[in-house]
Each structure stands twice: as structure tokens, then as C-alpha cells.
Design a binder for this molecule. Structure first.
Ligand SMILES: [Mg+2]
Length: 129
């Protein structure tokens, strides 16, 4: 499946049902609702929320990401955006913004070091110990 092909399929699928006749703002609210569902599952994967069956969480996350993409693609066709074209432009932007691989890897390491410092700070100042 190609991105442009999917976007066209979704638009035709919605039009056949009259579901294209909603405000883009309403579509955005649906996307945010799905984003909340994605967030709940990511918190579970990160261990913030306890869940016993991680594979089940991962399957639910795949479903919720799909739901989210539906509304993002819908928002795109409602506003005249070609997602495939926009993503290609985004790729070019990323390549131009981060051309130096070594520098990019170092930025990632700096981020992880900052996380380690923050966790150490939390452990030092924990009132539960
Ligand atoms: Mg959903």
C-alpha cells in the first residue's frame, strides 16, 4: 500500500458514507482523542502504568495508532494536503537539518545522559526512602 493510495481510498470510503462532511476541527478532535488512547498505551509500555500482558498492549497500540492515522489522513484530505508529498518534503527537511550523523548520535547521547541525571536527582530527593 502506498501513502497516496491510502489517502485516496480513505477519502472515497468516507465520501461513500457521507463521513467527509464534518468540519476539519471535528476531525482534529477525533485525532486528539485517539492520541490520548495511544498515550495511555505508551505509558503502559514504559512501565508507568502496570499491565501484565505487554504483547496485548502492543497489539492495542497498533490498533490505536491506526485509528490516529485515519484521522490524520482525513484531516489532510479535508484541508487539501497530499500526505505523501508532505512526508517527502519532511524527509528532505530532516536530511538538511541533521546532515552530520556523528553530531546527531552525540545529541541523542546528551539526551540520555540528561535522563540519567534526572532519575538520579529523583532518587536522591525521594521522600519514600
Ligand atoms: Mg481508538
Amino acid at each position: 500500500m502506498h501513502i497516496r493510495e491510502y489517502q485516496r481510498w480513505l477519502e472515497e470510503w468516507d465520501k461513500a458514507r457521507g463521513w467527509d462532511k464534518v468540519l476539519p476541527a471535528h476531525t482534529l478532535i477525533h485525532a486528539l482523542e485517539e492520541m490520548g488512547e495511544v498515550a495511555r498505551l505508551v505509558l503502559a509500555l514504559d512501565g508507568y502504568k502496570q499491565r501484565e500482558d505487554i504483547e496485548k498492549v502492543r497489539a492495542e497500540l497498533a490498533e490505536e495508532l491506526s485509528d490516529l492515522f485515519v484521522f490524520l489522513f482525513k484531516l489532510a484530505y479535508q484541508t487539501g494536503i497530499d500526505v505523501e508529498f508532505a512526508l517527502k518534503a519532511g524527509q528532505e527537511k530532516a536530511e538538511a537539518r541533521f546532515p552530520d550523523l556523528k553530531e546527531a548520535v552525540e545529541a541523542g547521547e546528551m539526551y540520555r545522559n540528561k535522563l540519567r541525571e534526572q532519575v538520579a536527582h529523583l532518587d536522591e530527593h525521594s521522600t519514600a526512602d
